[in-house]
Design a protein around this ligand. Structure first.
Ligand code: SF4
Ligand code: SF4
Length: 439
């Protein structure tokens, strides 16, 4: 399988800049005096607080309860006292946040217990444990994992794919997770396979991570039902639809879900979190974060407690350089620029990227020269120029006809455009307007 590289149509080859952190071992980050834990760290309804100001909480204790099926539980990442529950500016906007003063003891909640014997667990048990542990997609999508483990009955799932592509430039948290914790990643896949009653699992890894491929291979060499697929290094190889196409040859039709063609995808970090929830009973209270970019003094991969501020994390990496100009949650292609360093690391924070003034020099857009490079680069087969133009002209019905909702917001079109047209910005704006009209 390793002789042929698997890929998809379209995409780009950006400057990856992974050398800043790809060989840096994951270090345990310092635990802050105060954590600010948002109740919205996932796609779906915000969790409901189940503690009050003044309560003493233990590490791993549930502090926010999932509000409905498409939602996720939230747990204390330290032990200590709840000192406030208030709305605060976080990565995606202002959201209710539980603030805990750390007592420094890391006293573990009594409810935490592991289940070492996978054979004793039913699919329902696995789904329940993953639900209890508040696990969501850790590649950035933050879709609740228990929902993926219970697809609609009419969707016959036959393929599980672990996403180890990590195609976004700069980020190396998944890479290091595969190199340093391959047993847990693979064990998590076995749990997922059992949970979904599926025989065959794949782990897709881009060919720019030979050490990760080798580490996973070493663990999988006796596993008949797990196949490692080496993928071409190309952005956005880790997009769900692109990964499915590259690995299975199947295409997810427009406006359909991967589960409708029998596929379910989990990120490798999520797989590890699932393994830890089952074996050790540990809910999702910490994650690996790549802190990187020329704007940070000592780029690193850190294991960070959920609720730690970006400021604390950057401080542990030597702080910012004088020319630091822009802080992004995630990578440069799909990440979100942050206006404040007080925002918290959440379950979906795969990276903190700091760019310098030179790197963010203002880009003045020019008129389109009709070169069609955006069309060639679009991995979804869209006409980005047309979609953006219709949004700009306020013709949302026409934008729908150009399949604007199929856009995965990968940013390839904006990246490749020689005229520096802000195509993705228009497309995001159009999607937001259409969603609000629907509501
Ligand atoms: S139109 Fe959307 S999917 Fe296509 S390249 Fe642009 S951002 Fe990516
Ligand atoms: S890449 Fe830019 S200049 Fe070329 S067709 Fe697309 S929008 Fe126009």
């Amino acid at each position: 399988m390793e002789t042929k590289l698997f890929s998809f149509k379209g995409g780009i080859h950006p400057n990856y800049q992974k050398q800043l952190t790809q060989d840096k071992t994951i270090e345990r980050g310092l635990v802050p005096d105060v954590v600010r834990i948002p109740l919205v760290q996932h796609i779906g309804a915000p969790a409901t607080p189940i503690v009050k100001v003044g309560d003493h909480v233990k590490m791993g204790q549930q502090i926010g309860k999932a509000n409905g099926f498409i939602s996720a539980n939230v747990h204390a990442s330290v032990s200590g006292k709840v000192i406030a529950i208030e709305n605060r500016a976080q990565i995606g906007g202002v959201v209710p946040t539980i603030i805990i003063e750390n007592d420094g003891s890391d006293e573990l909640d009594d409810s935490i217990k592991g289940y070492w014997h996978l054979e004793d667990l039913s699919s329902q048990d696995i789904m329940n444990i993953v639900h209890e542990a508040g696990i969501v997609g850790m590649g950035g999508a933050t879709f609740p994992s228990h929902v993926k483990l219970s697809p609609p009955k009419e969707h016959k799932i036959d393929t599980v794919i672990l996403n180890g592509a990590e195609c976004e430039p700069y980020l190396t948290s998944d890479h290091r997770t595969m190199v340093e914790h391959p047993e847990e990643v693979v064990w998590g896949l076995k749990v997922i396979l059992k949970g979904l009653g599926v025989e065959k699992g794949y782990i897709g890894i881009e060919n720019n991570k030979p050490d990760a491929i080798q580490a996973i291979k070493n663990v999988c060499n006796k596993e008949q039902n797990i196949e490692i697929v080496v993928l071409e290094t190309k952005y956005p190889q880790g997009g769900e639809k692109q990964l499915i196409k590259a690995i299975t040859g199947r295409e997810v039709p427009s406006k359909r879900l991967p589960s409708e063609i029998g596929c379910v995808i989990f990120n490798v970090g999520t797989s590890r979190a699932i393994a830890r929830a089952i074996k050790l009973g540990i809910p999702l209270i910490e994650r690996v974060v790549t802190v990187t970019g020329k704007g940070v003094k000592v780029p690193q991969n850190l294991l960070v407690r959920i609720g730690t501020s970006f400021e604390e994390v950057i401080k542990q990496c030597g702080g910012l350089v004088d020319s630091a100009a822009k802080v992004i949650s995630g990578g440069p292609m799909m990440g979100i620029a942050q206006g404040s360093l007080e925002v918290s690391v959440t379950k979906g924070t795969s990276g903190i990227l700091v760019l310098t003034k030179d790197e963010v020099a203002e880009m003045k857009p020019y008129p389109c020269i009709k070169c069609a490079r955006c069309v060639d680069a679009c991995p979804m087969g869209l006409l980005p120029l047309k979609v953006a133009n219709t949004v700009q002209a306020g013709e949302l019905d026409m934008a729908m006809e150009y399949n604007i909702l199929d856009c995965i917001e990968c940013g390839c079109c904006s990246y490749i455009c020689p005229a520096k047209r802000p195509l993705l910005q228009y497309i995001r704006l159009g999607k937001a307007k259409i969603r609000s009209q629907k509501r």
